[in-house]
Ligand binder design. Structure first.
Ligand SMILES: [Fe+2]
Length: 441
């Protein structure tokens, strides 16, 4: 097992050693120290609306099942039968009915995981088998909580509660929900899944990497601009591809906020015109004005926030109602699930726009995301060579403005998000952050 002292050697104030992406021992330690300790998003309440509904997922290297139990509460259970250890619930989503039944020997469990029955009970007489002993039940994950319908679970007891853990990142979930006149969203339209051939941390670092858009996504920017020239029109599909081609001066003006535990978001200047710029926004604005009043509706739609990072879980996008759920698979494999949300009771075209955004930007067949997946893969491959050991996070290092709950960049092209994520990472791994890095709670 890798020692803490050895992990400390991988840290610099303005960079990290490439082993953090390539060493399977580090990956195993992450599963224990990060995914074994942090609150991790397991799914949305709307994925399990009725008693018996379940949705399977992973918390790090652990397979779990989120289920709506008899008391309508959501339980998160390790997906294991206590008899022989079979993975009890098939991967995916569905309805278990009144109880879970193991496909191997038909042991059954109530929806909260507690033991219900096993065939031929006489065989247990005069043994130490005790149905009231939790070792004969499906084991629940230590803590489960929900924030505005987003369900998180944590394998460890104690520590910050979910709201404390989310810190400033919770405001992005708030804004996504507030875009519904009913104040809630629901997963709709299925999900996309993409297997990335790279370490999970690379995706988080890319989410607020404002220097890569015009470079990595150059081909889709050129394609969008050509189409615009030919047609004279700039529909939403082209507009969002074109956006990556903004000059560096545009990206420099964005604000990067970094919070404890590695979270953060990227924000543009508040944009009151966002409420009325196009027909979809106007319909949305009218609907929200009726629910909340015009001023509040303008505030909600004017929040000009791009990818939010909930470190370890993934990236909600409040403006276009999606959540890219990031699941580490191995040191060089990462599964990303893209969930799209409907703002309950908002005009249908708002949901259609969210689907369009998912298709154009986030789906496996998009013109945009495959560019990112390819550069992550190249980073993974390059870091496997002997051509140097260190990763650079120098851009605007030493200039981060420290705030009580994290830090803010002085320039939108700063590599503050990467420094902040690794400050949290080293903290999780048992190494105190250096003086130059934002302190973590
Ligand atoms: Fe990108």
């Amino acid at each position: 097992m890798i020692e803490v002292n050895e992990v400390r050697q991988l840290m610099r104030p303005d960079g990290v050693h490439k082993r953090v992406y390539t060493d399977p021992e580090i990956f195993n330690l992450e599963m224990e120290r990060i995914y074994g300790q942090a609150w991790i998003y397991v799914g949305h309440e709307s994925q399990v609306p009725n008693i018996g509904d379940y949705h399977t997922t992973t918390i790090g290297d652990q397979k779990v099942v989120m289920v709506r139990a008899n008391d309508k509460r959501i339980a998160v259970l390790y997906n294991r039968c206590p008899h022989r250890g079979a993975n009890l619930v098939a991967d995916d989503s569905g309805c278990a009915g009144k109880f879970f039944r193991c496909p191997y020997h038909a042991w059954t469990f109530r929806l909260d995981g507690s033991f219900l029955s096993a065939p031929l009970r006489a065989g247990f007489e005069n043994t130490t088998f005790d149905p009231s002993n939790p070792q004969f039940s499906m084991i629940p994950v230590a803590q489960v909580d929900s924030y505005r319908g987003f369900v998180f679970a944590k394998q460890a007891t104690g520590g910050p509660n979910l709201v404390e853990f989310l810190g400033g990142a919770a405001s992005s979930i708030d804004n996504m929900c507030d875009r519904s006149p009913a104040g809630k969203v629901e997963v709709a339209g299925g999900v996309f899944r993409v297997m990335q051939f790279s370490n999970w941390k690379m995706f988080y670092e890319n989410l607020h990497d404002t220097m890569h858009g015009p470079v990595t996504h150059e081909s889709s920017v050129i394609a969008a601009r050509k189409q615009h020239e030919q047609s004279g029109e700039m529909p939403f599909e082209l507009l969002i591809q074109d956006g990556n081609g903004e000059p560096y001066t545009f990206w420099e003006k964005l604000e990067l906020r970094a919070f404890h535990h590695g979270h953060g978001y990227m924000e543009g200047i508040f944009d009151p015109a966002a409420a009325t710029r196009d027909p979809v926004s106007r319909a949305h604005f009218a609907c929200l004005s009726e629910a909340y009043g015009e001023q509040r509706a303008r505030e909600i739609l004017g929040m000009n926030r791009h990818n939010t990072i909930i470190y370890g879980s993934g990236s909600p996008h409040n403006v276009f109602q999606q959540f890219r759920v990031i699941r580490p698979v191995s040191v060089d494999r990462t599964m990303v699930e893209i969930q799209v949300f409907r703002c309950v009771d908002a005009p249908e075209e708002v949901f259609e726009r969210a689907l369009t955004y998912a298709n154009v930007v986030n789906s496996p067949s998009s013109n945009v995301m495959p560019d990112d997946v390819e550069v992550y893969r190249r980073c993974q491959v390059g870091n496997g060579t002997r051509g140097g050991d260190w990763i650079s996070h120098h851009r605007y290092a030493g200039t981060d403005v420290v705030l009580p709950d994290g830090a803010v960049s002085i320039n939108g092209t700063s590599e503050l998000p990467m420094r902040n994520q690794f400050a949290a990472w080293f903290n999780y791994m048992g190494v105190s952050p250096s003086a130059e890095q934002p302190k973590q709670q």
